[in-house]
Design a protein around this ligand. Sequence first.
Ligand code: OGA
Ligand code: MN
Length: 296
Amino acid sequence: MAISIRPLHDDFVGDVSGVDISRPLDAESVRILDDAINRYAVLVFHGQSLDDDQLLAFGRTFGSIAPPRNHRAGHRLQHAEIADISNLNVKNELRARDDHRRLDSLGNQLWHSDASFRPISGALSMLHAHVVPPTGGDTLFADLRAAYDELDDDTKVLIDGLVAEHSIFNSRGQLGHTDYTDAERAALPAVRHPLVRVHPGSRRKTLYMGSHASHIIGWPMPEGRLLLRELTEHATQQRFVHTHKWQAGDLVIWDNRCTLHRGARYDDAKYRRDLRRVTTQDLDSASDNPELVAAG
Ligand code: OGA
Ligand code: MN
C-alpha cells in the first residue's frame, strides 16, 4: 500500500497511512516522509505497534538521537536515548504527587520546543503512545511558520536578528519548581538561539521560542520577557493550533524547529499514561553556541 497523507488542519499537520514504521523504511518511504515533515511539520500515524528498539531505530532513520536529561530517580526504560513521557516510576507504579520527576514533567504542559535549552537543540521528536488515559492528556501543537507569516510588518522588523536565552530552569521556574541542585544547574547552562530562523527543509521563516526562552540578549529583562510572552500568545491562538487526541498505538512526529507543543492536564493520580519519545539533534543549531558545543 502506498503512503498517503491527509491534511488535518489548513496550514500544517498530516495524517499518514499506508506505512508500517516498525520495520526498516526503504529510501523512497524516507523521502516521502521527509518531504511531508517539511510540508506539514506534524505527522500523525495510527495503529503502530513498536517496541523500544523499533522506536529508536525509526528515530535514527531521521538523524542522531540526543538522550534526554538525567533525572534523579533511575530510568524505567532500557534505552538511555528514550525519553520516558509517562506518569510511572521505576516500579511501574503511578508517581506520588510530590515526586520530583512528576513536578519536573509538569513543565511539559507549558508551550515549548524540545531541547531548545541545549546548545544543539531538538529537530524532530517522535512520540509513541503505549497507554493513554480515557480522558485528558491530549497534546497540542502550534504552527510557528504560519504565526511568523501573520505577524505585522513592524514586528517582523523589530524581531529580525534578535537572540533569545533559553534554560530548562526558566520553564520549571515559571511553575515555581526550583528544587534543583547546583550540580544539576551547572550541567545545563543557559544557551542562546536566534528568535527568527529559516526552517531548513522548507526555506520558510519561523519563530523559535517557547517556555525555556527567558529573555532577549541585549534588551532590558522585562522588555524581552514581554516580547516573548506576546509572541507566544500570538502563535498559540486557536487558528494556529491543532490538538492531538491520543489512542494507544499512535505515533506523532513533530518538527521542533517550527512548532511549539504542550501536554494537556489529565488525572495522573488515577490513570496511567505511558508515552515514549526520541528526538533528533538539530545540528544546524551547533553554531549558535560554539563554545558550549566544543565543551561538550
Ligand atoms: C514531549 C512532550 C507532551 C505530552 O514528549 O516532549 O512535551 O503531551 N509531551 O506528553
Ligand atoms: Mn516536549
